[in-house]
Design a protein around this ligand. Structure first.
Ligand SMILES: Cc1ncc(COP(=O)(O)O)c(C=O)c1O
Length: 504
């Protein structure tokens, strides 16, 4: 290597005359995780994009560049091959490699890359603004008292792992090509059987569409069953993501108050008689927790029949009922094909699974199938197969029985701790679901408590944010499903301190 410094000083002059000055600033790091060829490729690409290496310029020979950077020639060859394959360079390694002459498009990209936020921003559409408003900052971390968390016990972990392993070893034709947009028929059969037995639903497998959760079910239902600008009713207060989905679909939302019997159907009819649909949580009003009374269910079904309107039923956590018999789904009462029923495995199993289902009237099945196909073709076959085995072998119902006991005990601990420690909060033990609503007393602001809780590493959602028009109540949504008794006890102690510190 003794001749390298001499060669470098000679080469430097000729390199300058060829526009290669930029090369002298290139450095490669031998200890970096990024392979050496990739580092060379990156340097060359950015020199081309920034026009330091101009269109048509000859690149240094691989031998020269390898000696200059003191790396092996094969690294440089690999980098050049990449540049050739991606169109940044043309020619042939060995007989001369040149910066591509087709630079105008590349130039435009350069400007964008160098200036990611141009000074004058293009105008966003209303739809883009609605989507941007809905974007969360991150995924949720598992912190008390996030309502989105779940627990699965060691038995469920073990049975899930063994069904997954068995599905993996039998991976075959069904996974190697595209599959049914509605979901695999075995899973649709399991879901239909489960819904008939556990939820009193009236459905056959051909009406079931496997979704990636309620959110996708809502998105499909709103786009398939309604036209933009249609008016719909939503409960007030309501599930924020349903509201956002409706707004981003271009619908006009009429918020309808709820009372102890659930949605005030008469108020909906009075305030928005031409509405084409309603999104409703009849089994467990979200967030307040009441059940839609039989009287109101019948009123709602009559309205939907008379107006040819849709009832989009969000049945999200009925598996977890702690007193009395589970309440049947509204869908089972519908004799006029007006209900689009949505369910999820996010609550009964865990949200990361991203599987749920819609049960749709037969004459909507084809449209739902097409909408699903155009959205993301179909649900992942492997996770569907795992879930099918999990359900058909009885693990799902056993898991729900155990989870129900665990969640009931978590609920009891949370309620008794809150009653003991958090004097500024009025709570009642819910008979269903996975969260408690604590009403704040003495005029305390739930958003202030929520902010302080976030700073203390907890997630308590403020109730007042979920109201649209009705008088807002100040309260906190406290999820108990994902947490051990120790976490709940520590969390309530911290929350009690926060409540003491927030001025009335
Ligand atoms: C009212 C309501 N419906 C449905 C869901 C479940 O949504 P997904 O199935 O998209 O996870 C949630 C989750 O928090 C919810 O609060």
């Amino acid at each position: 290597m003794s001749n390298i410094p001499l060669r470098r000083s000679i080469d430097k002059r000729s390199a300058r005359s060829r526009g290669w000055s930029d090369l002298f600033g290139w450095q490669v790091e031998r200890d970096a995780t990024e392979p050496l060829f990739r580092q060379v490729y990156r340097h060359a690409r950015s020199a081309i994009l920034s026009r330091k290496l101009r269109s048509g310029a000859k690149l240094p020979s691989t031998r020269w560049l390898a000696a200059h950077l003191e790396i092996s020639r094969s690294c440089v060859i690999e980098a050049y091959e990449q540049l050739l394959a991606e169109g940044y360079a043309e020619g042939k390694i060995g007989s001369g490699t040149f910066v591509s002459v087709d630079l105008p498009t590349i130039e435009r990209n350069t400007r964008r890359a160098a200036d990611p936020m141009p000074k004058t921003q293009p105008r966003l559409t209303q739809r883009a603004r609605d989507f941007a408003d809905a974007a969360p900052s991150t995924g949720n971390l598992r912190v008390p008292f996030d309502t989105g968390c779940s627990t699965i016990d060691a038995v469920t972990v073990a049975t899930w792992a063994s069904t997954s392993r068995r599905s993996l070893v039998t991976i075959g034709d069904v996974h190697l090509s595209y599959s049914d947009p509605r979901g695999i028929s075995e899973l649709r059969t399991q879901i239909a059987e489960y819904l008939r037995a556990a939820r009193g639903a009236n459905c056959e497998p051909d009406q079931v569409i496997v979704t990636s959760g309620t959110q996708q079910g809502l998105d499909l239902a709103l786009r398939v069953a309604l036209d933009g600008q249609d008016e719909i009713w939503m409960e007030d207060p309501c599930y924020e993501l349903a509201y956002r989905a409706a707004i981003s679909a271009g619908l006009r939302v009429q918020s309808v108050p709820v009372d102890a019997e659930g949605l005030l159907v008469s108020e909906g009819i009075r305030s928005a008689p031409r509405a084409r649909a309603v999104i409703v949580t009849p089994s467990h009003q979200y967030p307040l927790g009441m059940v839609l009374s039989m009287r109101r269910r019948l009123e709602l079904l009559d309205w939907a029949r008379d107006r040819s309107a849709w009832i989009i039923e969000d049945d999200y956590d009925s598996e977890f009922r702690y007193a009395g018999r589970p309440l049947a789904a509204l869908q089972g009462l519908d004799e006029n094909d007006r209900v689009i029923y949505l369910g999820t495995f996010s609550k009964s199993l865990f949200p990361g699974l991203r599987l749920g289902y819609a049960v749709v009237p037969r004459f909507l099945v084809k449209a739902f199938t097409g909408a699903r196909y155009l959205t993301d073709r179909h649900p992942p076959t492997l996770s569907q197969e795992i879930l099918t085995k999990f359900m058909s072998e009885g693990h799902y119902s056993a898991h729900i029985r155990r989870a129900r006991l665990a969640y009931r005990s978590a609920r009891d601990i949370l309620i008794s701790e809150l009653k003991r420690k958090a004097s500024g909060l009025s709570v009642e033990s819910p008979e269903q679901g996975r969260h408690v609503v604590g009403y704040l007393q003495y005029g305390r602001s739930d958003t202030a408590v929520s902010r302080a809780a976030r700073n203390a590493g907890m997630m308590v959602r403020p109730l007042s944010n979920l109201y649209r028009r009705s008088p807002r109540r100040s309260g906190l949504l406290l999820g108990f499903a994902g947490f051990s008794s120790v976490e709940i006890k520590r969390g309530t102690a911290r929350l009690a301190k926060i409540l003491d510190g927030v001025p009335a």
